[in-house]
Design a protein around this ligand. Sequence first.
Ligand SMILES: Nc1ncnc2c1ncn2[C@@H]1O[C@H](COP(=O)(O)OP(=O)(O)OP(=O)(O)O)[C@@H](O)[C@H]1O
Ligand SMILES: [Mg+2]
Length: 271
Amino acid sequence: MKTAIEFKNIKKAYGEKVVMERFNLSIEKGEFVTMIGSSGCGKTTALKMVNGLIQQTLGDIFVDGENIRNKNQTQLRRNIGYVIQGSVLFPHMTVEQNISYVPNLLNKRDKEKTKNAVSKWMGIVGLSEDLKYRYPSELSGGQQQRVGIARALAASPDILLMDEPFGAVDEITRGQLQTELKRIHRQTGITVLFVTHDISEALKLGTKVLVMNDGKIEQFAKPEDLLRCPATEFVKELVKKERRTCRLPEEQLSSCEFSGAASVKNTYNAK
Ligand SMILES: Nc1ncnc2c1ncn2[C@@H]1O[C@H](COP(=O)(O)OP(=O)(O)OP(=O)(O)O)[C@@H](O)[C@H]1O
Ligand SMILES: [Mg+2]
């Protein structure tokens, strides 16, 4: 497996305040890593260091095996999609113009190709065609969030960074977006780094879950391993409720075959 993103001995300080030190993390290509941890522990900082929006104080970050210090920032960002909570769409552009912004830069001449790409991605994220000519202010929060995702994906990035992208949408829309994102990940093989505050979302979406506390990694493991063998008290506390959904006595939890809360529930109910 090739490495998509690597943090090597990273230290990040804002003035006197050290947010992380000796931070090491390696993310393989095609992995869907969900990141969860206490507020202020450095999740957004870690994410923004990948696309150069924030610079580390010490250490090196490699994207696709290349030290990002040596990379052209525009090129780097073009290959990395970035989706954050709330609308960051260009307000004076229609949905179509927003989504086609980067594809237009990449293939100036082939307008037809761009048009098709916009339709394709609108379909994939579940936006109907008639929304194409609307402006962001004429869309619901969930629709704006979908346009943001379509815009990031239409640039065909190899890496997608998402910082609490579904935090502001309602439960139903969130469920739909999660399902769509999971499908997109499976179909495209893109590497995703996804920050969330919701442990069930982290376990549901991630092929691996990164638990952070106070700038340090508590555990980086598959969802089922996190549930089966929490590495620290912090992780144990975090997954406590999720483990309970399997409705097994505490001493039996370690043997519970976990591939997500729902499937364990089913396994248990089937007994
Ligand atoms: N520009 C800045 N200047 C000074 N301190 C900062 C700056 N940006 C972030 N911090 C501090 O760095 C720490 C990590 O911030 P970061 O935004 O990475 O946290 P987070 O894990 O994303 O938190 P949350 O879950 O609340 O979004 C926090 O203590 C924050 O106050
Ligand atoms: Mg944050």
